[in-house]
Design a protein around this ligand. Structure first.
Ligand code: KG4
Ligand code: ZN
Length: 377
């Protein structure tokens, strides 16, 4: 069967056609995967403007959907189901995809599957590499999320660690803005960091030793020892503040941290010499990558995982990819990362998660709604 998938949770309008292969080890094949990026629109504002995003989704959705059918060489008659991102994300953006997906499914009399965006990022791994050896520890690291999941059977995602403040991609975007590197910040830092000295600055790495006061029960206490369960949470806001302090000290701008809100909206760092910018980017990136991999590998070891997966926009990062693979070899555990086109937001991954859900729990009712803070479990 062919499934049409729609993804509009943030600033990418995406549609894809995915088909089933009949091979349990590698169950899905991508027939088309079309993404219309709005990056050029939001760059001017230094970040995603929700109202502009939803309006642009409305403009782009029909063309992107038609391109997905054309590139897959299928007609609408050959589409047997629709999958659409229900959440989490910007609600105005989500609504465009949800309304389009539901209307299409209703008008054709075919099932519609509401999909969790992070289930999509997780299933991008199986879409690219076939079923992972289970159990697996999967890190989803994007602009909105930094979450570690334990997967002991296909489609069963157990949250074991998450960020207590900023997502890693968000930290990349904020630091890039401060350094005058523009939006989106992740690829820009990745690029300039290649020429920098990653030991030039000794930024602090967060060590979490206490349970989260906002969610007192550590996420994974029943499957990990309590101290390990706390350690596999993430925190990036202290690192971001350390970069801010450094930039303000070196540029002679007000180092008063109470001005932090105003400061992150400026680009004081753009006045620094290019070599300083590269050194700051490289030093920041080293800490982020170490924090992500230390926790993922530690959780995998405690959980006797047979594989590690890393997905989401930040998994496009060249240093994260290289170090994850090197650590995997060193520790004798296979590491799976999607190719770049499946790392950042796309609809093929939503199609994969949609087919998984359709075959295990069946389609949704037509009355589901977009949910900005949809939980995965
Ligand atoms: O998964 P994604 O496309 O959207 C969300 O679900 O959030 O992730 C976008 C995030 C952005 O924060 C972007 O800066 C980051 O992924 N990103 C990167 C790289 N490419 C994208 N971060 C670091 N290095 C990259 N090469
Ligand atoms: Zn995403």
């Amino acid at each position: 069967m062919n499934l049409l998938a729609i993804e509009t949770s943030c600033d990418e309008t995406a549609a894809a056609v995915i088909s089933e292969t009949g091979d349990a080890a590698s169950p899905w094949r991508i027939r088309s995967n079309v993404v219309a990026s709005q990056a050029a629109i939001h760059r001017e504002w230094g970040g995603v403007v929700p109202e502009l995003a939803s309006r642009q989704h409305i403009r782009d959705i029909c063309g992107v959907y038609e391109a997905a059918l054309t590139q897959a060489s299928v007609t609408l008659d050959e589409i047997g189901a629709v999958a659409v991102t229900q959440g989490p994300g910007l609600v105005g953006s989500l609504l465009v995809g949800v309304a389009f997906g539901k209307a299409l499914a209703w008008s054709r009399g075919i099932p519609v599957v509401p999909v969790h965006h992070l289930a999509g990022h997780i299933e991008s791994l199986t879409l690219a590499h076939g079923e992972l050896p289970l159990p697996s520890a999967v890190l989803v690291v994007s602009g909105g999320h930094t979450s570690l999941y334990f997967i002991d059977r296909p489609g069963h995602y157990r949250l074991i660690g998450r960020t207590r403040d900023d997502a890693a991609g968000e930290a990349y975007d904020k630091v890039a803005k401060l350094l005058g590197l523009g939006y989106p910040g992740g690829p820009a830092i990745d690029r300039v960091a290649r020429t920098g000295n990653d030991r030039a600055f000794d930024f602090p790495a967060a060590r979490l030793t206490h349970a989260d006061r906002n969610a007192p029960r550590a996420t994974a206490e029943d499957i990990l020892p309590a101290d390990i369960a706390r350690r596999v949470d993430f925190s990036f806001s202290g690192l971001k503040t350390a970069v801010l302090r450094l930039v303000r000290a070196r540029t002679g701008t007000n180092p008063d941290i109470r001005a932090v809100k105003a400061a992150v909206s400026d680009d004081a760092g753009s006045r620094l010499p290019a070599s300083d910018i590269a050194d700051i980017a490289a030093s920041f990136q080293r800490i982020v990558v170490e924090a992500l991999l230390d926790r993922t590998f530690e959780a995998a070891r405690w959980l006797n995982a047979r594989s590690i997966g890393i997905s989401g926009g930040v998994s496009a990062n060249s240093r994260l990819r290289a170090e994850a693979e090197a650590r995997g070899v060193k520790h004798g555990i296979p590491v799976f990362i999607p190719p770049l086109a499946l790392s950042t937001d796309n609809a093929a991954m939503i199609g994969a998660a949609g087919l998984r859900k359709l075959r295990s729990v069946g389609p949704g009712e037509l009355d589901f709604n977009a949910m900005a803070a949809l939980p995965l479990e």
